[in-house]
Design a protein. Structure first.
Length: 279
């Protein structure tokens, strides 16, 4: 008898004690679109393999590997083969991890960036797995806190580096900032590249080049990401999915669901349920 095809299954939950969101997923016949996260992303592969594309190239993470991606760093992912992959993911601000270490070490890593994307460190992976599993099962809070401190300390001490975001000098730097602000406030499909360029004060082609160099995304890619982020904020605030879809510039709720899942790995309904459980 043939084995039934694997299906993508995900769960996401809030962990207020960790200052984080956590995701546990089995991904089959699924690919992530280019997207970014508002917080740093740490994904431990527990089965299979995923290929990740970033500005620095393409990388493969396999079982036991941890891939670590800074906030606002564009990336995409897809399975290496037809078997897919499983992962446990932690989304958290690096500033929060630094604060956990207090004055002893936190201040030394204020400007640090992640040295990934692929980290092969069994002790770090074990600490993340312990935190994640304990949170999932609502295990002992002291144990969870200890493993979290182990994770933060080892990560910051061994797997960060001094780094700067891509610099776009002078007039172009200001134009990119203005363009992002304009897009954030104009999420519907009627927006044209010429409109963005006019708001930014650069000719369209110059803006396109400067924007892509600074953000790693095209203006349209950034707009798609901005829509999902706007919808996420509204859903977290308790807005109905259909209303959040309209307010964030999506044609309808189905459009929101497709885009949201392709960028986050979960549906808007799953995220909404996670926040309602936490309240």
């Amino acid at each position: 008898m043939a084995r039934p095809a694997a299906r993508t299954q995900t769960a996401i939950w809030l962990a207020p004690d960790l200052g984080a969101e956590l995701l546990r997923g089995r991904f089959a016949d699924f690919s992530y679109d280019v997207h970014t996260h508002e917080r740093a992303c740490f994904a431990l592969l527990t089965w299979g393999a995923i290929r990740i594309r970033m500005r620095g190239g393409e990388f493969v993470a396999r079982r036991g590997d941890l891939y670590a991606i800074d906030a606002d760093e564009p990336h995409a992912g897809w399975p290496v083969d037809g078997q897919g992959w499983s992962q446990r993911t932690l989304y958290v601000d690096l500033a929060h991890l630094r604060a956990l270490l207090g004055d002893d070490a936190g201040a030394r890593f204020t400007a640090a960036r992640l040295a990934g994307p692929i980290i092969r460190d069994p002790a770090l992976a074990s600490a993340l797995y312990g935190v994640h599993r304990c949170s999932q099962e609502d295990g002992p809070a002291v144990y969870r806190g200890e493993r979290y401190l182990e994770f933060a300390a080892r990560l910051l001490q061994r797997h960060t580096r001094e780094g700067l975001a891509p610099v776009v000098a002078g007039r172009a730097e200001r134009a990119v900032r203005l363009a992002r602000e304009f897009i954030d406030h104009h999420l519907d499909d009627s927006l044209r590249l010429e409109d963005i360029a006019a708001a930014a004060g650069l000719p369209p082609f110059r803006l396109f080049r400067a924007f892509s160099r600074a953000t790693g995304m095209t203006p349209h890619g950034y707009q798609r990401q901005a829509r999902v982020r706007a919808a996420t904020r509204l859903i977290r605030a308790g807005m109905a999915l259909s209303e959040a879809a309209a307010a964030a510039g999506f044609a309808d709720q189905a459009h929101l669901t497709r885009s949201f899942r392709r960028m986050t790995g979960v549906t808007p309904g799953v995220l909404r349920a996670a926040y309602h459980r936490a309240i």
